[in-house]
Design a protein around this ligand. Structure first.
Ligand code: CO
Length: 213
C-alpha cells in the first residue's frame, strides 16, 4: 500500500476513537475555536506543536515556517498574527525554535539554496548582529544552537514591533510573548524569554498611543 493511504486510514481510526469517547465531539469542534495560544514554530516535521505540548484540537492557533521567523513583509505570518491577536484574542504568543534547526544551519553556511536564500537572509542578519557571541559559543553545533536561541529572541522582539501587538498591549493588557526552544535530543521545551505587556519597546518601533486607537 502506498504510504499516504495510511494517513487516511489513521484518520478514520482517529475519528472513531473520538466518537467512542464522545458522540458530540465533532459537533462541538465545529462550533467555534477559542485558542488561548498562538504558536509560531519551525516547519520541521519533528516539532509538532500540539503533540509536544499535549494540547488538543481547538487549543493552539498555529503558524509554522522555515526556522520560525517573524518577518514584517511576510503577509502570511502577519495575517496569522493579526487574526490571533485581534479576533481570537489569544493570551499567549509562543515563538518556538528548536536546537539543530536545519534552516539556521543552512543560514550559517555559505551555500546557495535558491529562492530560500531570501528567507535565510533574515537569520544571517541575526548572526551578524551577534557574531562575536556566536563565534565564542564553541563548536559548530554549539554555535548553531546559540543562534537558534538568539533568533528566537529576535522573532519575539519582531512581534512587539507590530501595530497589532502594540494595540493589544495598550488596550487589553495581553498577550504575553514567549520565546521557547525545543530539544530534539530530549523532547523538552526550554522557556527562554517572556515579554509581558508592559515590556519596553525601542522608540523607533513604538507607535504613538493616539495612532493605535
Ligand atoms: Co527548524
Amino acid at each position: 500500500m502506498e504510504s499516504y493511504k495510511n494517513l487516511l486510514l489513521a484518520n478514520k481510526a482517529w475519528v472513531q476513537e473520538k466518537l467512542n469517547l464522545d458522540r458530540e465531539y465533532f459537533n462541538d469542534l465545529a462550533q467555534d475555536q477559542r485558542p488561548e495560544f498562538l504558536w509560531i514554530g519551525c516547519s520541521d516535521s519533528r516539532v509538532p506543536a500540539e503533540e509536544v505540548t499535549g494540547t488538543k484540537p481547538g487549543e493552539i492557533f498555529v503558524h509554522r515556517n522555515v526556522a520560525n521567523l517573524v518577518v514584517h513583509t511576510d503577509l502570511n505570518m502577519q495575517s496569522v498574527l493579526h487574526y490571533g491577536i485581534e479576533v481570537l484574542k489569544v493570551k499567549h504568543i509562543i515563538v518556538c525554535g528548536h536546537y539543530g534547526c536545519g534552516g539556521v544551519r543552512a543560514a550559517m553556511s555559505g551555500q546557495r539554496f535558491g529562492i530560500m536564500d531570501q528567507w535565510l537572509r533574515n537569520i544571517k542578519d541575526v548572526y551578524h548582529a551577534h557574531r562575536d557571541e556566536i563565534r565564542g559559543a564553541g563548536d559548530m553545533d554549539a554555535q548553531t544552537n546559540r543562534l537558534v536561541e538568539l533568533s528566537v529572541f529576535e522573532q519575539v522582539r519582531n512581534i512587539t514591533k507590530t501595530a497589532a501587538l502594540q494595540r493589544a498591549w495598550a488596550f487589553n493588557r495581553r498577550p504575553a510573548v514567549h520565546g521557547w526552544v525545543f530539544g530534539l535530543n530530549d523532547g523538552l521545551l526550554k522557556n527562554l524569554y517572556r515579554l509581558d505587556p508592559d515590556s519596553p519597546i525601542e522608540d523607533i518601533y513604538r507607535y504613538d498611543a493616539d495612532s493605535l486607537r
